[in-house]
Structures are given as C-alpha cells and as structure tokens.
Design a protein around this ligand. Sequence first.
Ligand SMILES: Cc1cc2nc3c(=O)[nH]c(=O)nc-3n(C[C@H](O)[C@H](O)[C@H](O)COP(=O)(O)OP(=O)(O)OC[C@H]3O[C@@H](n4cnc5c(N)ncnc54)[C@H](O)[C@@H]3O)c2cc1C
Length: 503
Amino acid sequence: MEDIDILVIGSGMGGLVCADILSREGYKVCVLEKNQQIGGSLQTYVRDKVIFDSGVHYLGGLSKGQNLYQIFKYLDIVDKLKLQQQDLDAFDKILIEGDDTEYAFAQGYENFIEKLLVHFPDEEENLRTYCDKIKEVCSKFPLYNLRSTDSFNEKSSILEIDTKAFIDSITTNEKLRGILGANNALYAGQADKTPLYVHALILNSYIESSWKCVDGGSQIAKLMAKNIKQNGGKIIRNCEVKKIVEENGVASYVELANGEKIYGKHFISNMHPVKTLELTDTPLIKNAYRNRLKSLENSTSAFTLNIVFKKDTFKYIKHNYYCGREGYVWTTAEHTEENWPLGYAVFCGASSKSEEYADGLSVLSYMRFEEVAQWKDTFNTVSSVNDRGETYNQFKKRKAEILLDAVERKFPGIRDCIKSYYVATPLSYRDYIGNDDGSLYGIVKDYKHTLKTFISPRTKLPNLYLTGQNLNLHGILGAAMSGIVTCCAFLGDDNIVTKIRNA
Ligand SMILES: Cc1cc2nc3c(=O)[nH]c(=O)nc-3n(C[C@H](O)[C@H](O)[C@H](O)COP(=O)(O)OP(=O)(O)OC[C@H]3O[C@@H](n4cnc5c(N)ncnc54)[C@H](O)[C@@H]3O)c2cc1C
C-alpha cells in the first residue's frame, strides 16, 4: 500500500468527519472499518423492504446558517441530503401514562414557549427563564457557535450545573418539571449526574430546527465517503483493527484481524477510547490514564423494536413521541424485570415512498447490558452470522410483546397495522459498534466530575489521536464537533472552524 498520512480506525461520524476534512487539507487518508457497512451508528438496515436507522432518528441545527448546516455545507453534503423538516409545532410530543394530553415541543423558542403555555398558562415567566438559560449555556461553547477560540474559561462557569436540579429550580409545577426533562432519552439523562450543558446543547439544536433523513441516515456516511474518495482517500470495509503497534515512541502500524499490517504516519481512532487503549500496547500510555478511562461509566443501552407496517395502514407522524410514567422521568433506566418498560420513544422513519403513510416505526426503550449478559459470548453481525440460540429468540419475543402492549395503550389498534417486527438488543449495538456493553452514547458526563469526562483528542503517543462521541458530546452534531476538535488538534490550529463558519 502506498504511503498513508493518516489512518482512521472506524468510520463512525467522528472518523468520517476527520477523514473528510483532512483529505480536503491535502492529506492521504485511509479509513479502516470493521463492518461491511460504513457509518457506525449512521448505519441503516432493511427489513421487508423497509429502511430502519440504527442510531439517527432526527437531527437538529440544520436550517440555513445553524451549526450542523454550516458543518454539512463545508463538507459539501448539505444540498445533497434528502431531509424533511419535522412538524414546526411539534418535533417531540410527550405522553404520560394515565394522562391523555399530548405535550408538544415546538421549533423556535417563541413557538416552544407558546405551545407549552397552552397546558401551563401560569408558567410564562418560568418558561422564559428556562429558555434564556438554555440559550445562555449554549452561548458559552465557542465551537458549538462556530467561533474559533475554544477557551475552557468561557464555559467553566456553567459546567457544574445539574440538569434535574436546574429544571426543579425553574418551577414548582411537578408536571411541567417532568415534561421539560421527558425527552432525556436523547442523552440518557440521570438525576444528580447529567450536566445542564448536555441537556442544553442537545435540546437547543432541536428547538432551533428539527429534521429527519428521508430513507435513513446512512446517506450522510455515503456522501462523506464519496468526498473522501474524490480527495484521493481510501475506505476499506470488513477490516478490523486488532492492534495499534508502537515503535520508537510513536504509533507505527496497525495489525488487522487477518494478520496484515498497515503503516501510517498518523492515526486517528474512532473506537471507544478504552478499546483504543486496549489495542495499544505501549508503556508510554500509563496505567493510571488507562485505569482512569476504564473507570468512567458508559451510558445505558436499549432494546429496539422495528415495526414494518402493512401498506397504507398507519398514518405517518411528523414528530417523535416520548412516553413515560409520572415520577420516573429521571429513573427510566432503573427498571426492574417486573416494571419494564418505564418509558419508550417512538420514531417514524421518513420514507420517499409515501408522505401520508408510514412504512416503518421504531420503538426504543432502555435495556441494560446485564439483561442480555447470558449471551455475552455470542457475536452476530451480517458478515459474521452466529445464531445466539433459541432462548435468546424467546427473550426477544417476550420483551417485544411487553413493549408492544405498552405502545398499544397509547396507540390503540397499532397491532392491526403490523406486518412484521424485528428487534435489536444491547448485543446488537455492541457487535455493530464495537464497544463492550452496547452503550448508546458512550462515556457518561457528570456535572460533579466535568474535567474527568471531557476526553482530550491527544494521547501520549504524539501521532495517535482520538475522536467520536466519547470526546465532547454524542449525537451526530456532537460527534461531528468531536471530529473538528480532533482535526484542530492534529493541524495545530483552529482555522478549520473559520472555514466552516464562512462556508
Ligand atoms: C439507538 C441510537 C439512537 C440514536 N439517535 C440519535 C439521533 O436521533 N440523533 C443523533 O444526532 N444522534 C443519535 N444517536 C447518537 C449518534 O448516532 C452517535 O453519537 C454517533 O453516530 C456516534 O459517532 P462516533 O463518531 O462516535 O462513531 P460510532 O458510531 O461509535 O462508530 C464507531 C465505528 O468504529 C468502528 N470500529 C470499532 N472498532 C473497530 C475496529 N477494531 N476496527 C475497525 N473499525 C472499528 C465501528 O464498527 C463503527 O463503525 C443515537 C445512537 C443510538 C445508538
């Protein structure tokens, strides 16, 4: 293989953003992806001719001039994406068991306030205070606002605010408190842990504008892959990295599952940082650092039910639903075998086949890895089929039916529309993404230990960098920003941010 400047390990959002940006800057890049399909959580799959997303149900910040729009514009993909804006008056609706009201989160701050005032007419001042704080928190993150100087001091004043405590301080109305935190599955929110900045950066992007990818999010990965190839880069699929080998104080080559060695001048790992260090055997990375990263908690995982509808039976919904039980907003992941599910989210896939009817629907509910631990020694992907056995099939069926019962209470008659359904568990997420526990969003942020949970893109090997959702923030926007942070660290300046702002 010819000389490679930068080997990118993993083709998730962060890895592809790095490869795309750095190939534009004239570097010879090569992306190594263990799966048959590129994209990591951007992957889609087809069941009964219906496309399902694995990890991108909606995107924020994609109206002209907003942050993700500018990033995608710079990457020259924004005009090529098939996007559909969600209902302006409701990108999410919150449903609570035992309450027939649908509480809408609308796009645009004034609209957001106005729609909540319908149900909480006495709360205008509190809702305004809430929105002002969300905007203030977001303003402290320079990169999020595509400003070049990412000074830590600017944001240090707001890092240590607890989301739940903040929401509780806004109003004494218990119902409104629950509603404002109700879509916290977007970031696997936990009481006394999730920092307000996580809630703010994510919610703000959807309030600014909220979008679905028509026919799935894998188009984002495909468009970036095309760019990378046009810029002279390479993407190799079915190519699992088993070792990152250090020689003379620098990363020298990677060893693949088939024993092949690929040399590079620089390396960017889009794998989970703990996985990256496990594959990198060098005394230069101290055990204290390895243990520190290992000790960080990963976010929980999920059970996903992907439903294929009979043709033209279920009307397409232009918003998402978050359904939960009163009093469990911040403890939805702490279910027991008996009370599962304590909450679930519903996403209708946008399809180019029909705007009126949905062809598929995904229902996500938390599931911890320990719940599938008895099958932990199995591995199953399209390129490495390994039946996990009959007990696993029975488990999936039993859980799917329980979840469907819960969904049917809010969507009566849904079962009559179902042609077939398919299930993903924490094992599916683990096997496709390559982490240890199927974690949805990677390392959990904690307002009490903010510095510990910001991961630097640099490692003790001067030519080995990290990228992806575990660095700054998860989500397509978060992982894209992590990609930019990694590129800035590699290039030694933040000119890229200026280029993105001016794109
Ligand atoms: C169920 C779910 C729903 C989500 N919903 C949304 C949403 O609606 N909106 C949103 O913005 N975000 C959503 N997210 C989050 C978002 O998808 C992720 O934060 C983001 O895509 C992660 O990008 P990443 O760069 O960290 O890479 P990842 O997606 O983690 O990809 C890492 C890549 O590295 C590869 N890899 C791992 N090990 C190796 C190896 N040894 N050799 C070679 N390759 C390797 C993997 O195969 C994978 O392709 C969701 C995530 C999940 C799981």
